[in-house]
Design a protein around this ligand. Sequence first.
Ligand code: TYM
Length: 333
Amino acid sequence: MSKKIFSGVQPSGNLHLGNYLGAIKNFVELQNEKDTECVYCIVDLHAITVNQDPKELKKNIRETLATFIACGLNEKKSIIFNQSSVPAHSEGAWILGCIARMGWLNRMTQFKEKAGKDKEKASVGLYTYPVLMAADILLYDSTHVPVGDDQRQHLELCRDIALRFNNEFQTPNFLKIPESLIQKNFSRIMSLKDGTKKMSKSDPSDLSRINLTDDKDKIINKIKKSKTDTMPMPNEEENLKDRPEVLNLLEIYSSLSNSSIEKSKMEFSGKNFSDFKDKLSSLLVEKIEPISKEIKKLLNEEKHLDAILLGGTEKANKYASIKVKEMKKIIGF
Ligand code: TYM
């Protein structure tokens, strides 16, 4: 059976190594698989669930697209578009919002984290965010959704919404129940400053992450300053539960070298941290610097970027508008 892939990335600036290793690197691999159709969406409607400066938002949409292309996505192989230009996403989200239950949304940990202490001041959009995500996925009959570990709960909610819709209207296979594709090992890249915190665009410290636009010097400096501990590099048997920073750096190294943590532990067992950091920096520079240079180049080609989005939007619209029309028919409109 052929696979239908859907995934999205918010255009909120500062796409980083976590986005790359947890998601975009897999997007590219899936794009190049046989019998696989891929749809990749720049989720600008999701971005406005928190305040955005309109000029910055426009710039970030282009930058996210440039990042996709620089990482290896190809508009001839995948459908690449921005969410707000396909109206079915908003329509579908409204309908599915009437299927989802408050109790389900109340359990979403990402809302709790993002809303912080003052929930009353969070936007309603931030609360219903996972419903829009469900619409994104379900409109394309997606079979698989590649994401980082932080999106696991949202994916489960999407499945619940689809099942409930199908049951309520007795249309058993109308909304396809998608599976998440979350890698076993590299699905949660942590901050370079605190191995217990996810690497994130919203961390105020730029030293906490490698941005995909960082140049060589920045990468080297950030790895030099990354947190480690005073113990030597671990050996193969050592369990790294209590050394989250070391584990994270080894995970980054392993993922970039397409290797396993075990092999990386073996490679550096008994060596100095500085040896490991040197190797890690070189590998990061080798993999990330070409992406960063390509992003900068593409950002000068606004017309080219806008044409890619326009082409993708046309294709996405074809799928999504049919599905939402069918949804409306089923519910009696
Ligand atoms: P967003 O924009 O926060 O992140 C984009 C992708 O990057 C992954 N990711 C990470 N993976 C590993 N380690 C990290 N530190 C890390 N940080 C981010 C995320 O898991 C994600 O896969 N809600 C989604 C966007 C979205 C979506 C969708 C995804 C909207 N609609 C439909 C899939 C399907 C989000 O905010 O991702």
